[in-house]
Design a protein around this ligand. Sequence first.
Ligand code: PLP
Length: 759
Amino acid sequence: MEIYLDSNATTRVLPAAQRAALAVMTDDFGNPSSTHSAGLRSRAVLDSVRATARRVMGASRGRLLFTSGATEGIHTAVLSALTSLRHRFADAGERPRLLLYGATEHKAVPEALQHWNDLLGTHLELLAIPVGPDGRHDLRWLRAHANQAALVCTMAANNETGVISDLDGIARALQGSPALWLVDSVQALGKLPLRLDDLPIDYAPCSGHKLFAPKGVGLLYVRDGAPLTPVFTGGGQEEGLRAGTENMAGIAALGAVLSAIEEGTVFQPSSMLAAFRSQLVDALREAFPELELNAPLDCSLPTTLNFSVPGLSSKLLLDLFDSAGLRVSGGSACGASKALPSYVLEAMGLPEWQTASAVRLSFDASANSGMIHEACIRIWTCGESLRSNCLTSEPSENLTPPELVTRFYVDGACCYLVADPASRRCVVIDPLPELTAQLAQWFRCRGYILAAVLDTHSHGDHASSAHALRNALSPLQREPDDCDPLGWPVGSEAIALGQHRLTRLAIPGHTKDSTAYLLHRGPTLSFAFVGDTVMPGALGRSDFAQSAPLAFVNSLRKLEQAVGPDLLLLPGHDYDNRFACTLRTERIAQPLLARALTQQTDPREFAVAKADLERDIAATAYQTMACGARVDKCDKEASVELNRHGFEKLLAEGKRPLLVDVREAFEQRWFGLVPEFNVQVPCQAAPASTIVNLFQSWLAQPETPVVFFCRSGNRSAKAARALRRLGASQAWSIEGGLALWPEVTSDVAAGSAVAMALE
Ligand code: PLP
């Protein structure tokens, strides 16, 4: 069962609100502007909702307009304030010159200010009102600037942190100021008394969908006497101030919610909500002992929690919570691979790690103790899942043994950890400074010995963090430091890792010291770590001061001799999530590489052709250290998505697909959910970070379709494309991920292929 903890984003629609909406869509569906009985009944609904809203918002006076939501209300208020400037201040010299908005406002506010200021040519200066570490406005700053302000916008409560503004203090700071005052009341309505009659607020926009009504309905309060310029004109609705036939279903639904708030029977009192939040905080602290709250609880909405955990990105926590059926949101906007820092937390002056890794948990006022209890249990389980994967500082009893190769990925750069569970020895290849703490924790938690930290070359763009990683470990956890500049143990032919062993091969070109590390098991090669010499779709640059461009061509030939066409090459950079390549795939993708390997190309000619290509690539601003055919187009365009119909077609063709869960082990361990099919399908766990260990086994069975899935379909599509590129034509990704497919619980967490009876 899904537990929805993202109510500041939107809420479900209250059953009473659904019934009210249905009633005006089926029975009282008249147009409220019509004068016949059907219209009059509709008008009565409209009037009654407005009257209820007045009581709930404490606004016995002023106008209350129905809008499509808060964004429309904000735009109407800003347009009104700016268009009134000319007649409010006939003397241009006396016109205020500032537009002030809280630094933590919802983006709709500064965007509306900028939009109308540009469009109307009012040329006012937009200034953000600073906030303190508690997220509240700096009232001294506001007082100092209030006299020059035309409009001041301050939200009643913040959507990311729940911080409640000191509206009385702001009102005092604005005393004597010519500014109109807009209070974005979206997050406050229904949670705090708004007291619009008592405060000199000119505009208060609200939104229905944050309060159990459907999306697309809202309210705008406008104080008596405050300027009001319609955004829409037309049929004269709302006394000509907001034209367009009213959204009666939304309005009726909002009315039912407002009545429920007024009656006080459906929603929990504030004290109960605060108790629920304390329970959640306790569970979170137990699960993640190093957690930091990003806003003080005593001045924030009792339904909102914003926190960060050192060392855990918001993306990781979101994936983890989602896999536990807890729907929470990043306190910051999450990009595809990297979370953008939260401007709200930045404005509060929080450290960078907190602003970039925030998680917001928000529930609604209809929460009950059963649901909160279940959420707490799942939060504890999430903590245990992280511990058992060494992702927190305290180790767990139930550690999952590591795979042979684990890939860590930071902004296109790859670092590999090669681990042997039998001997508990490990080698790290191409360490990255961003990973030092995480890797050190990995070793501490598992008690493995670091046999070597190797670099595939001396890096042009960053210093090796090998030294930092060694220093982060106790001397007992690492082998003696007697090694060459790339980390290779002096005097050793090979590094032993249980049944595996690593050897090295000099391949100068990208740099003079470029080296490949070959991983053997007995007489067989398992992988080659090739650094930036060969990357999927690209060859490493060779125009650095420390490059050896004339040696490149011979190094490629030497590599081919050592590894053959089909060994998986693991690169130092992988900008397109290809994971691995082989010389066979790269011959097809990179004509330059093919030329080097097939013809007796002169090293000098090759270096010139490569330099030309590098210049072309620099001209297209391709942000890599690479050169070559960066992405072969057909590969990007080939569709790997499989919908239900496509899956059934595979079965109808008599194929026996293998389902592969590419979510990380911490997401899979406790919550083995797989898409629901009505047939038996074998299922396998292959987290993206260790997927390279399984590519060869899938490639060895070309007749078996491999169907990857994950939470959203993003990671699984990357995996499917990577496998296709390595030569498998039957690699697929479940379209939309688990989010769009009915899920059933399976034993996939066990990590082995299991057959599931799915009905
Ligand atoms: N203001 C705040 C504080 C919000 O949280 C939101 C919604 O995210 C908005 C404004 C925009 O509201 P609407 O979606 O109704 O336009």
